[in-house]
Design a protein around this ligand. Structure first.
Ligand code: ATP
Ligand code: MG
Length: 278
């Protein structure tokens, strides 16, 4: 679908009766609003297919992502969520979480000459959010700095559209084709290059968390490749494990290095990461 920003579907308007609504993002395949209503404070997500252009192939799965995420949140026992279909795809609503994301919060650490160190307690909040998922036997599949919302009481890990660990309705399911390459573990990148698909795992989430902490704290990606390299070239660099010689300064440094280990079995579990931070 292309053209103007889609509007909130009637079913969502009926269910939430918004008092205010704010468009948060509107990009290829996905639109998100922040909605206030007498029922509470919500994020509403709308998905639609990405049509093929000269630069990228069609991506019909983006239409299914909100319903798939809704089904995952449901399985995880979250209240106050709903999902369904609209004209061009699927939608969900879920509780809104206030706060900056990890990348935004650590902006001061990335300023040149900054003496501000990445805070261990913020890192621990991210670890706890991911541990919540791992302890239930799920893998997130799309861990990245923008998906950690650092709230006043706790940190939330959002965007569960690609998570694996339990049944989701077949009609809303789709294969995992990798995530943002900067946060992709080498074995995921290799599998996507070889087969076009991969299996999200908890070990790959740990790598992605390490890469998220590194990028947010230093501004440097874990692996070296040119900014404008095509995705397969980026994935080849990741799969070959061409680590940049860059470390998070301070206490988090060695832990993040271990999380970025090339072999999945060499990475600490989320419980080990948590223990190291307490
Ligand atoms: N529950 C929520 N609480 C607060 N903000 C949210 C929530 N869900 C989504 N957002 C905001 O909307 C943005 C996009 O949401 P999300 O990542 O879930 O959608 P997406 O379509 O999968 O985007 P992307 O392709 O970047 O992963 C988030 O980065 C965040 O700013
Ligand atoms: Mg996202």
């Amino acid at each position: 679908m292309s053209g103007p920003t889609p509007e909130l579907p009637i079913v969502v308007l009926d269910a939430l009766m918004p008092t205010t609504q704010r468009l948060v993002i509107n990009r290829r395949g996905s639109t998100v609003w922040e909605v206030q209503s007498h029922r509470g404070h919500f994020a509403v997500k709308l998905g639609y297919p990405i049509e093929a252009t000269a630069e990228w192939p069609a991506q019909p799965w983006t239409a299914l992502a909100p319903a798939r995420e809704g089904a995952v949140l449901h399985r995880l026992g979250l209240d106050e969520i709903a999902y369904g279909e609209w004209e061009h795809g699927t939608w969900n609503f879920q509780p809104w979480h206030d706060g900056p994301d990890l990348h935004k919060l650590w902006e001061p650490c990335r300023k040149q000459g900054s003496s501000i160190k990445a805070s261990t307690s913020v890192a621990l909040g991210c670890v706890e959010a991911l541990a919540d998922l791992h302890v239930r036997g799920w893998a997130h599949g799309d861990v990245q700095p923008a998906h950690f919302i650092v709230g006043p009481e706790r940190t939330h890990l959002i965007d569960l559209a690609l998570a694996r660990g339990g049944q989701v309705p077949q009609g809303y399911d789709f294969p995992f084709r990798g995530c943002l390459v900067h946060y992709e573990a080498p074995e995921i990148a290799r599998s996507v290059l070889d087969t076009g698909e991969a299996e999200p795992t908890q070990e790959a989430d740990i790598y992605a968390l390490g890469a998220s902490l590194l990028v947010s704290a230093t501004g440097w990606r874990a692996v070296e490749y040119p900014d404008d390299a095509p995705r397969p070239v980026q994935r080849e660099a990741v799969a070959n494990g061409r680590r940049r010689p860059v470390k998070v300064p301070g206490e988090l440094g060695d832990l993040v290095e271990a999380m970025l280990s090339h072999a999945p079995g060499d990475r600490p579990t989320i419980y080990e990461v948590g223990k190291a931070l307490i």
